[in-house]
Design a protein around this ligand. Structure first.
Ligand code: NAG
Ligand code: NAG
Length: 335
């Protein structure tokens, strides 16, 4: 079918309503248009107008082709698929979610140096991790990572799993840049200086930067004493820290395979140009392959990745870790 004919068909389908259309008899395989429509329904997507919808269909088809090539390529330890970001080009995905971070060293005390870590840990099973959140189209990963680490140590210390406010950090922490990016350690420092952080319910997430709500800001629910950095390029130390509490880490998360990741143990492709903050909430070993992994909680909603999570290869030959995960780990302390 010529592209003009295809366009005319699509426009008429859009005008007539797609529910009336079905594949011709004998054509078993789903067409890209059917795949797109099904994907739109499953992901609750809608577009402003036909132009935008046609453009997104085009992007979706390129991602569909990319996924098909991946599936026919050499075997990998992870899978990719048409997840919630399947209508974004990689350049668009980067523009929304990638925020360059400096590759910085900060020498601090490391209180977990003497820990003997168990062979596996999963803080989700111990009730220290909230349901996956969604930062939306705001470069606020740093606030989600900081908040998840504070929620974790608070549950471990007090037994209460509270949901805390990313929006407070976005609006009120002027050492960071709201939706334009930030650093987890600066966010920890802000919470120390402010005497605490309030709850998600008290200062809900909007996904935009607004003026600071000083009333909510002064209503602290959890406070921290300080924060420490894990020695960098040292996955053994990182394992010790994760054995004690969820840990904030920075990674390079801007590649196409990361964008479209759906499961398994991710071991690249990626570099170590840190541009995204997430949390390690556990680690383990794949029984069938013996591959060690980190359990990484993201803030792109539960429709990305493996229900919002990604497993990332652990104890790799590069001391910086997979996608630089061992370069910038840090955690808050409560006592
Ligand atoms: C369709 O929507 C896009 C994206 O919102 C907008 O840029 C464009 O101007 C719109 N086009 C028409 C014809 O309304
Ligand atoms: C980050 O720093 C580490 C050492 O601290 C270095 O090995 C690595 O090359 C740096 N990465 C980048 C992308 O600059």
């Amino acid at each position: 079918m010529g592209s003009l004919q295809g366009l005319a068909l699509l426009v008429s389908l859009l005008v007539c309503g797609l529910s009336a259309w079905s594949a011709p008899a004998g054509v078993a395989a789903e067409t890209p248009l059917e795949a797109f429509e099904g994907w739109m329904r499953r992901n609750g997507k809608s577009y402003k107008n036909v132009t935008e919808r046609l453009y997104r269909l085009g992007v979706f088809r390129k991602n569909l082709k990319y996924v098909e090539e991946f599936l026919h390529g050499r075997p990998r330890s992870y899978t990719i698929g048409l997840n919630s970001f399947a209508d974004l080009t990689n350049a668009e995905f980067r523009a929304i979610y990638s925020r360059p971070m400096e590759n910085r060293t900060r020498a601090t005390a490391f209180r977990h140096a003497g820990v003997t870590p168990p062979s596996s840990v999963d803080w989700r099973q111990k009730g220290a991790v909230n349901a996956v959140k969604n930062q939306g189209q705001c470069g606020s990963c740093w606030s989600f990572s900081a908040v998840a680490s504070i929620e974790g140590i608070n549950q471990i210390t007090t037994g209460n799993l509270l949901s805390l406010s990313e929006q407070e950090l976005i609006d009120c922490d002027y050492s960071n840049s709201g939706c334009d990016g930030g650093f987890v350690d600066y966010a920890f420092q802000f919470v120390v200086s402010n005497g605490g952080i309030t709850t998600e319910a008290n200062y809900p997430y909007y996904g935009l930067q607004y003026n600071c709500d000083y009333t909510a800001l002064s209503s602290n629910a959890v406070s921290i004493l300080g924060y420490e950095d894990v020695p960098r390029c040292d996955e053994q130390s990182l394992m010790k820290a994760v054995a004690i509490q969820p840990v904030s880490v920075a990674i390079e998360a801007s590649g196409s395979d990361f964008q479209l990741y759906t499961g398994g143990i991710y071991n690249g492709p990626c570099g170590t140009n840190l541009d995204h903050a997430v949390n390690i909430v556990g680690y383990g070993t794949d029984d069938s392959t013996g591959t060690d992994y980190w359990i990484v909680r993201n803030s792109w909603g539960a429709t990305w990745g493996d229900q919002g999570y990604i497993l990332m290869a652990k104890d790799v030959s590069d001391p910086q870790g997979t996608c630089g995960i061992a370069l910038q780990p840090s955690y808050p302390i409560m006592n």
